[in-house]
Write a protein that binds this ligand. Structure first.
Ligand code: SAH
Length: 279
């Protein structure tokens, strides 16, 4: 059923290189969902994205001076927000070399203390020795990757014993039809949407003790309406950057995505601790 998926590390990188300016126009330099405490849209999409990052920072619980790995760092905005608010040091990796350069450039300008660094690397084979980090987070990046188990084992390897892991990920419900699944995988350039129920076992098997699995679906799904409203509001800018065909296409596509997502998409924030007796 999942044999002919289009997402490879190369297509994921190219997707982000092409679509990032669009997300910057309609939201912020963060490339993730927004969070609304009461579940209803209010305020801008960008504000809701920053609010979500703040919630994730609270869940990760990193402290001053700790070394944190950001797996799938995007343009680096969440890492900078994390470094600024906690005083920890963040190393971000992304599969797009262009994105890594953009993140690095932005950080040198806006986070001159040097607490954040970014580079191009594949999360499936992390370029770090055993026990390099006190904590790690992967915010909306695992679903792009070929195999959750491999990347989770890599994360266990590079975290020190008792190091903390946070995963924020889109999930699909078990009753998603093969058609819905294929459509959403294509639309999100996803490789492996899993179910919320499958997460704890996968994370446990990779060498972690799962602490909490938060279902935040009710707080983030307003992203679909917020993005539609932002496209409307920023129409002229999107048109200037991408042209009329893209604008018409993205509006139609977003309406279809929203409909499917409201039926079978969910969102989990999982926190775990690296078990100390694993190798
Ligand atoms: N966490 C960021 C970006 C989310 S977008 C944010 O919240 O703003 C998904 C990110 O995952 C992109 O940066 C993409 O390049 C990265 N990614 C996808 N597959 C990857 C892989 N195999 N290795 C490293 N990064 C990957």
């Amino acid at each position: 059923m999942t044999a002919e998926l289009p997402a490879t590390p190369e297509t994921v990188a190219r997707h982000y290189d092409a679509i990032t300016p669009f997300y910057e126009i309609i939201g912020s330099r963060s490339l993730h969902f927004g969070y609304w405490p009461r579940g209803e849209v209010g305020g801008s999409f960008g504000e809701a994205q920053h609010r979500f990052t703040d919630l994730l920072i609270g869940q990760l619980g990193s402290q001053q001076g700790q070394r944190v790995l950001d797996v799938g760092c995007g343009l680096g905005e969440p890492a900078i927000q994390l470094a600024r608010s906690t005083g920890c040091v963040v190393e971000g990796i992304t599969i797009s070399s262009k994105q890594a350069a953009q993140a690095e450039q932005w950080a040198r300008r806006h986070e001159p203390s040097g607490q954040t660094t970014f580079r191009c690397a594949d999360a499936m084979a992390l370029p770090f020795p055993v026990g390099s980090f006190d904590a790690a987070w992967a915010v909306e990046s695992l679903f792009h990757m070929p195999d959750h188990a491999t990347v989770l084992r890599e994360l266990a390897r590079v975290l020190r014993p008792n190091g903390r892991l946070l995963v924020a990920d889109i999930v699909l419900s078990a009753d998603a039809t093969p058609r819905e699944r294929a459509f959403l995988q294509h639309a999100f350039v996803a490789r492996t949407f899993i179910t919320a129920e499958a997460y704890p076992e996968l994370v446990g098997e990779a060498g972690f003790e799962v602490e909490q699995v938060l279902d935040v679906s009710a707080h983030v799904m307003a992203t679909f309406d917020a993005v539609a409203a932002a496209i409307q509001e920023k129409e002229a800018e999107v048109l200037r950057a991408y042209g009329a065909e893209f604008l018409a296409g993205v509006k139609a596509q977003w309406a279809r995505i929203s409909e499917s997502a409201s039926r079978c998409m969910g969102y989990v924030v999982l926190t775990a601790k690296r078990r100390s007796l694993e190798t």
